[in-house]
Write a protein that binds this ligand. Structure first.
Ligand code: PEP
Ligand code: MN
Length: 361
């Protein structure tokens, strides 16, 4: 059983907001950032990385245990809950000793079931919330497996953190959001609260607002956003941190939509029923198209004509593209759709040619 988020943290029915610097850099930085963030009561949890999993050596690797008393001071002075990343059983031991309220497991750690098993073992019998980031690559089962290992160790206050996925191709994001992956996680484990980390998805300040809005529109239950008093001077992730002021402004802009509103739901039901009808028509029309394709296939076979007739296909594309564009359909979508329909038509005709050959034997 996974405890609902609202049972362990009171957000007043609003999305949970976790904010704070990527890394703890000094006692003063931590206390002053927390005091500033505290001025907005939508922020409930203060995050700061102490042990930083850096991809390359020689980057700033965090101040480690030295910063734990500072985090405790943040909690005592501001009343904010505190959260940090743990990657070794020793980190867990120290974080518990210093009263850190929430632990999170980083994306690079979640890829290793061996490490996750050790961390889960270190948490056996401890009642502390644990947030599990998605693994670096889009593997929903690895993510799920990590959550299950903590569940088996008796942790009930669990949340998943969507922080995007490494993507080899060029993209505007540091980590591609691939929204279908957290959605798949939610359908496998509907009780898991999902929090979005738009900072690590975006990698740049300008995209954080849109990603945050999208996360809320997909019913994610909270946001973890990196915030630094002087982002340009931050020792890690300087491009993706917001000043507290910019963060407050971003939170002001977010639309928090109703999850269940009867009037909206009725309208939504009506529109969904319409879509169901249209999809049924669409499939019927496609099936009709394929029947005709089969007849064409037979005709070509009987008359010894090749399946693929490039010239005709080019004409079809040009004509349908124009027609579709006039209907307001997006060019790239039309290309993909026509391509898929064409591939299936060729496949069916090839089947017909094969059958005929079989028949000859
Ligand atoms: C972080 O939250 O600063 C961090 C290192 O995150 P991730 O594990 O998502 O890269
Ligand atoms: Mn970071």
């Amino acid at each position: 059983m996974i405890a609902p988020l609202q049972s362990w943290i009171d957000t007043g029915g609003r999305p949970l907001v976790i904010a704070g610097p990527c890394s703890a850099e000094s006692e003063r930085q931590l206390i002053e950032t927390a005091r500033r963030l505290r001025q907005d009561n939508r922020i409930k949890v203060f995050r700061a990385g102490l042990w930083k999993p850096r991809t390359r050596p020689d980057s700033f690797e965090g101040l480690g245990a030295k910063a734990l008393p500072w985090l405790r001071r943040v909690k005592e002075e501001t009343g904010l809950l505190t959260a940090t990343e743990v990657a070794e059983p020793e980190h867990i031991r120290l974080a518990l000793e210093y009263g850190v309220d929430i632990l999170w497991i980083g994306a690079r750690t979640v890829v290793s079931p061996f490490i996750i098993a050790k961390l889960a073992e270190a948490l056996q019998g401890v009642d502390i919330p644990v947030m599990i980031k998605n693994p670096v690559h889009p593997d929903v089962h690895l993510w799920l497996g990590a959550i299950e290992r903590f569940q088996k160790a008796g942790i009930r206050k669990l949340a998943a953190v969507h922080r995007g996925f490494y993507f080899f191709h060029k993209s505007p994001f540091r980590n591609a959001p691939m929204w279908e992956i957290p959605i798949a996680l939610k359908s496998e484990l509907p009780s898991i609260p999902i929090i979005c980390d738009p900072s690590h998805i975006s990698g740049q300040r300008a995209l954080i607002g849109d990603i945050s809005q999208k996360a809320l529109d997909l019913e994610m239950e909270g946001l973890m956003i990196e915030s630094h008093l002087h982002p340009e001077k931050a020792l890690s992730d300087s491009q993706q941190q917001l000043t507290p002021g910019a963060l407050f402004h971003l939170l002001d802009q977010l639309q928090i939509r109703q999850k269940s509103n009867r009037i909206a739901n009725n309208k939504l039901e009506e529109l969904r029923a319409e879509i169901d009808k249209i999809d049924a028509e669409l499939l019927h029309v496609l099936a009709r198209r394929m029947e005709i394709i089969d007849q064409i296939g037979l005709y070509k076979k009987h008359n010894n004509i090749t399946i693929l007739q490039l010239k005709r296909w080019r004409n079809i594309i040009a004509e349908r593209l124009q027609m579709g564009t006039e209907y307001g359909l997006y060019d790239e979508f039309l290309h993909k759709l026509l391509q898929i329909v064409h591939e299936e038509s060729i496949r069916r005709q090839a089947e017909i040619f094969k059958d005929k050959q079989k028949g000859k034997k």
